[in-house]
Design a protein around this ligand. Sequence first.
Ligand code: C2O
Ligand code: CU
Length: 486
Amino acid sequence: MTTSQFSWIFALLFAGASITSCATATDPAGAATFTGTLWIPPAVTGTTFNLALSKATKALRPGALTNTYGFNGSDFWGPTLLVQKGDAVQINVTNNLPEPTTTHWHGLHIPANMDGGPHQIIVPGQTWSPHFQVMNNAGTFWYHPHLHMKTAEQLAYGAGGLIIVQDAEEAALALPRTYGVDDIPLVLTSRRFTADNQFDLTASFGDVVLANGVIDATAALPAQVVRLRILNAETERSYRIGFADGRTFQVIGTDGGLLGAPVPATNVTLSVGERIEVLVDLSKEPVGQILTLQAFNGGQGAAFPGGATETTGEAGSLLNDRTFDLLQVHVVAATAGAVTAVPQVLVPSAHWTTADVTHQRTLTILESGDGMKFTFDGASYAMDVINQTVAQNAIEAWTVQAGPTSGHAFHIHDVQFTIVARSTGTLNSWEAGWKDTVFVPAGESVTFVAQFADFASATDPFMYHCHMTNHEDGGLMGQFLVQPAP
Ligand code: C2O
Ligand code: CU
């Protein structure tokens, strides 16, 4: 029996009981029933990887199966690619869908024609085989479709997967790194279901949380220091992640890898496309203890993605403006060789400052009248238009200014950047590390600095866009060429 069959039977057994136990006066929709088992995507290693994207179905709810997409036979999502910095890898991506797709390696520093953006289209039945050297530091990255105007839909169906980069510096630290045991991938998203159990793709905010594709997920974690690699794979919603008991955890990594030192936090906000690595100390917990990871999304205001009060319609959700459960942790016995202390020092790196900058530019996000259509500086994405040209090796400061009503999750390909300023004057404590995606709240701006080294092309552009996939598909994307140094 597969894990998913097991959790399905489990869900059936407990479906009756959970209807009464989940509802409380204060939180009718947000309290999960915890009848699912967190699925751990299989990890694949080596230097040649094969990925095949196909239609699938998944038993998510009683009744009809839900139509999904999955890689390599998965009924939602795909395997985790575990790669080593320095390795030359090739990934053979076969498109078994009846429509075109692309597969983008989010966060990796690779040539534009290997990047899997909107230009590297894989037609049905075809295999695309990009190859590149892994240059990123150890960290948590991901792959997902990037076909213009189809990204939201294909990702919503479940086409995606994680990429874990490992390197010598990370390996030298006393960190939890046994995948699926004390090093746990956690991909957060949500869906609304139609009456016949299909994903409602008109909803930008789901009503039901999916953790690694599982509803009401529980995870058995050992009584020791445990690492969570969390990805927000939503359409729009941000998550203010913390534990129900308010415990402090340690942020050890951001989009581009490990921080210089752990940053303590009781909650961290993750916008769409961002990743975070945290250490949670379970070493003092008795076996059998239950902890709940939650999203503290209540009271954030309408500009917070998922903070609006409406519960129905395109921007409404049963999870809006409330605290809701993400994962229930059941503490089990510690493993042999358990990590029981959080390292004081991680991987210090020299970050860019404004003093390094050789060129600066500003992108202003414009909102159209109905509040649903966004552009960078009035230009909707066009495949044949180059919006920015960067000189190879330039160290640039980019300022992204959001419009008055909506925040955006700004993402740029090719580089990892350092956030140097927010218009509010305050950077979040966990944002000091390498980033490729940053939330720009409504009415505010963010400035980051990056160097555009190594890869240049007079013809193949990289993308920048809002990672809220409905905004991206709606045209809030641009492309830049890195012009070869003379
Ligand atoms: Cu996660 Cu342009 O993508
Ligand atoms: Cu946006």
